[in-house]
Design a protein around this ligand. Structure first.
Ligand code: NAG
Ligand code: NAG
Ligand code: NAG
Ligand code: NAG
Ligand code: NAG
Ligand code: NAG
Ligand code: NAG
Ligand code: NAG
Ligand code: NAG
Ligand code: NAG
Length: 819
């Protein structure tokens, strides 16, 4: 009924006042479900936090998949802690200093309460129906009857424990221990409790989860509500109210010794509010953070401030709820957006390694995942935060000498590959906000030019070979720097693209010589293309496709890697990550990396035998499950049909994956959310514009909604995407024609000015593919030419506004035959 009204009004162009009231009523937060991805490996953080907040409060479960703290997989609760990452794989991060509540100790004897994490988990069972998760809020009731609610400020979490009154007369107990999720505490964690106020302070040294580093974290916990009855410390399974300080050694048999403090309260009648201040500088700073942020323990006020902060972040984007669209799709969309702002985390003022007044963000986990769509999404929706992240990365470069790929808990993590600021495309999209782009440029050039002694965690390896041979050889001879000598093929492809993005940045900065140089080396991917390489399935059947990338030795002889090795259908036990025995492709196959030439799809289409063969190959990649949408290299392949002049097939493919692989259930993610990377894939796909990251290009598909409005936080202008003939069953997902600001628009892509200048894109949809967006002139930019398209006997190269490469910039053919 409401939607019917909306539609009539939009056609009749009636009173705008109605619209304003309507837009004001729209609350995106009602569509956020934080529990999506809390089961089956999504590893999301579903608890209470502010956007990019450092304090992240949630219940931690005893799950093998508790990287984000809480899971809905039936495992019981270990404690309630306030530092977390979201969606990561590998070892769980953070989860330091959990609290645990007891309504009473048996016989009121503190020694009969259970302290160690491993055993107290027996008291951590809960009914999943009791779980409530909303932006800025999380709550669960333990089967013991204790209800735990939590909310968060920037660096302080607030927990409210309500005890069953049946325990009248007993003294409820809260313990706080020195553990973390990963059980990584090193020597001499310490805790103290103030006998009068019950204030607990402490610190511990822990291991960062995907790096070689360690970090020290600190806390300061104060209580409000019921009066303090007594307090003390515990070590292992025993406690005493006579001892107020504890310093504890690392471990016995590899498991950190349980140790912490406890506080008991006069009566269970009043809830107890525990305010946990956090810091990476000192426990005094943890106390002052808490005192500043939550001076009066007002749970409702903190929760309401968090809700407001989230509403502000999500409100620049509104979608039509009309047209018969399934509300679940709206939930999918906003929940995805929500997750893009949980990580990275704003640790400004908490960096123990330098304090320069610049913003400091951490939990880039990893940029290899997030550069593809998460950072580009935030560049649209929250550019000022991306500006702060870039400033933080540049400051990290200044202090650590290199840009990181992964960075968490103040340590640089293991480099997967892509690690360039330039792929952030923020320069091209006009991000400024105090970013020193000259230093940014210096950093990306250093990455390309200077080989670090240890390139485990920053920079590139094999730079001599790269320069002399034009590829990274398998089993490289490299005596200048050291790292895992694997991934030679994926590194070649990724370094090529990285060089392209440097060229683009150089060009925009008028550094013409550099632009030529890096554009030249951005062609290096061609050196690993073996035109007669075939590919057979593991069953032995030939896929019928010829021409694949292959590894190459130093002496120029081809190496060999099955193009399906490390694909989603490889069940042969291949080693595909950062192990010494890893493959020549990282976390992915040659089949999939075979499309990773984001800057030169024209040449790639030609190599693969022209557009229709390119489409066949892309279809085969998806239909045979060679790629898996649960890992980030798959993202762009969903939309690469655009480059073959078949934008309709990109739309079809995105509907193949959403909601089939992305839905609103707790198991609704196909893999780790990876700090919100999956969330951003959903958000951009459903919005109908998908970025080719590193370029000022968004590929156009119909949105999953009748209309989408995005207000640029920079200019205040509102961009609109509107579908005519919107079909909520998604049978009509093919663009028949389009207008941009009222004028016919045939290009199948659009640039960032769409958002900043608040343009209007109107798409007329139909049930069949059309000729819209299929002509060579409609295709997105490419370094090499598009040939073999209908009506293009003589090929032409697209020269987009931001890529005005004079012809002489292009190196003539590198000696491979055209197919
Ligand atoms: C931990 O404390 C003990 C006792 O004071 C001391 O001997 C040891 O060196 C300390 N360990 C570390 C890593 O600081
Ligand atoms: C216990 O810790 C507090 C706070 O850290 C400190 O002020 C006090 O001196 C310590 N007491 C002992 C006996 O170490
Ligand atoms: C988008 O903005 C236009 C113009 O202000 C308005 O008419 C329309 O209702 C908005 N649509 C949505 C989905 O918010
Ligand atoms: C990060 O934290 C600093 C210090 O509290 C604050 O000034 C800044 O606005 C925050 N940035 C974001 C994006 O939240
Ligand atoms: C590059 O040169 C053009 C033309 O001279 C000028 O308009 C532009 O501002 C320059 N850009 C930079 C970053 O210096
Ligand atoms: C494939 O091409 C290479 C040259 O690139 C050649 O040496 C090799 O013999 C060819 N292999 C087959 C099976 O044709
Ligand atoms: C090149 O090196 C590889 C690996 O060491 C070796 O197998 C191959 O025989 C060499 N080719 C030539 C032509 O020397
Ligand atoms: C691909 O995987 C899906 C399950 O996700 C399955 O239904 C389908 O049969 C698989 N296709 C092939 C060709 O194996
Ligand atoms: C759409 O395609 C189907 C077959 O795929 C065809 O039967 C139908 O006539 C087409 N509709 C239009 C309007 O071209
Ligand atoms: C070119 O036209 C032919 C015949 O009309 C058609 O089969 C083919 O799919 C078209 N190719 C492209 C890339 O549009």
């Amino acid at each position: 009924m409401y939607s019917f009204n909306r539609r009539c009004i939009s056609f009749l162009l009636l009173v705008p006042a109605v619209w304003r009231a309507d837009a004001a009523d729209f609350d995106p937060l009602q569509y956020v479900d934080q529990l999506i991805g809390s089961r089956a490996g999504g590893n999301v953080f579903p608890g209470a936090t502010l956007p990019y907040g450092m304090a992240k409060a949630v219940a931690d479960t005893n799950s093998g998949s508790n990287q984000g703290g809480f899971t809905l997989d039936g495992t019981p609760i270990l404690g309630f802690s306030a530092l977390h990452d979201s969606g990561t794989g590998g070892e769980p991060s953070l989860g330091n200093f959990p609290l645990f509540p007891y309504a009473a100790c048996p016989g009121d004897d503190i020694n009969l309460c259970v302290y160690p994490k491993k055993t107290r988990v027996a008291f951590g069972a809960f009914d999943s129906k009791s779980v409530v998760a909303r932006p800025g809020f999380f709550s669960v009731t333990l089967n013991t009857g204790v209800k735990a609610e939590m909310t968060a400020a920037q660096r302080t979490a607030l927990f409210r424990f309500t005890f069953p009154t049946a325990t009248n007369g007993a003294h409820p107990l809260l313990l706080q221990d020195l553990s973390d999720l990963h059980d990584s505490r090193q020597d001499n964690g310490s805790v103290s409790v103030d006998p009068t106020t019950g204030r607990i302070k402490g610190q511990g040294v822990f291991v960062s989860s995907f790096s070689q580093g360690q970090y020290t974290s600190y806390f300061c916990t104060d209580f409000s509500g019921s009066k303090i009855f007594d307090n003390g410390i515990f070590a292992n399974s025993r406690a005493s109210a006579n001892v107020k300080n504890l310093t504890v050694s690392r471990s016995i048999n590899g498991y950190p010794l349980p140790g912490g403090a406890f506080v008991r309260f006069e009566s269970p009648e009043k809830p107890v509010t525990a305010r946990v201040g956090l810091s990476f500088i000192s426990s005094d700073q943890a106390c002052s953070n808490a005192e500043e942020e939550i001076p009066d323990f007002d749970f409702d006020a903190v929760q309401s401030a968090a809700t407001t902060a989230w509403r502000e972040k999500l409100s620049p984007i509104t979608v039509s709820t009309g047209g018969g669209v399934d509300p679940d799709q709206i939930k999918n969309f906003y929940s995805g957006i929500y997750r893009t702002m949980v990580n990275p985390q704003n640790y400004t003022g908490e960096n123990p390694n330098w304090e320069t007044g610049e913003p400091y963000f951490d939990s880039f986990y990893c940029l290899w995942d997030s550069f593809r769509s998460q950072i580009p999404f935030l560049t649209v929706l929250d550019p000022s935060s991306v500006e702060q992240m870039i400033r933080s990365l540049i400051e990290t470069y200044k202090h650590e000498g290199w840009l990181p790929d992964c960075h968490m808990s103040f340590s640089k993590g293991y480099t997967q590959v892509v690690n360039l600021l330039a792929v952030f495309d923020g320069y091209l999209k006009g991000l400024a906000g105090g970013i020193d782009w000259d230093v940014g440029y210096e950093a990306v050039v250093k990455d390309a030019e200077v080989e670090p002694f240890d390139w485990c965690c920053h920079g590139r390896g094999g730079i001599d070979s790269w320069k002399s041979l034009g590829y990274i050889p398998v089993q490289d001879f490299d005596y200048k720097g050291f790292g895992t000598l694997t991934r030679s093929l994926s590194r070649t492809l990724e370094y090529s693209y990285n060089d392209f993005t440097i060229a683009q940045m150089a060009k925009a900065m008028n550094k013409t010589t550099d632009a030529e140089k890096y554009l030249d080396s951005s062609n290096n991917w061609k050196n690993l293309y073996k035109e007669n390489q075939t590919s057979s399935l593991f069953s032995g059947a030939n896929t019928g496709f010829v021409g694949f990338f292959q590894p190459k030795y130093l002496n120029g002889t081809w190496g060999s890697q099955n193009p399906l090795k490390c694909s989603n259908i490889d069940n042969t036990g291949s080693v595909c990550s950062l192990q010494n025995t890893g493959a020549e492709t990282f976390e992915s196959s040659i089949w999939e990396y075979g499309f990773y030439v984001p800057h030169d799809q024209g040449s790639l289409v030609t190599l693969y035998g022209g557009p229709s063969n390119f489409v066949k190959r892309l279809d085969y990649l998806h239909d045979q499950n060679i790629t898996y949408i649960g890992n980030e290299p798959a993202f762009l392949t969903v939309f690469q049909y655009h480059y073959a002049g078949r934008p309709g097939l990109s739309a079809k493919r995105s509907h193949f994956y959403i909601p089939r692989f992305f839905d609103t259930t707790p198991e609704g993610l196909p893999g780790n959310d990876d700090s919100g990377a999956m969330g951003s894939f959903v958000a951009f796909s459903m919005m109908g514009l998908f970025p080719n990251p590193g370029q000022d290009v968004y590929l156009i598909t119909p949105p999953f909604f009748e209309s989408v409005n995005i207000t640029s936080p920079v200019t205040g202008k509102t961009a609109t995407i509107r579908a005519i003939n919107f079909d909520p069953t998604y049978a009509a997902i093919y663009i028949q024609s389009a207008t941009l600001d009222g004028k016919p628009y045939t290009k199948n892509w659009i640039d960032h000015s769409f958002f900043t200048e608040g343009k209007e894109l109107v798409l007329t949809l139909g049930k069949n593919e059309s000729s819209w967006g299929t002509a060579v002139k409609d295709l997105p930019p490419s370094v090499g030419e598009y040939v073999g398209f209908n009506g293009t006997a003589v090929s032409r190269r697209i020269v987009p506004p931001n890529l005005r490469y004079p012809l002489e910039f292009r190196r003539p053919g590198l000696g491979f035959g055209q197919v």
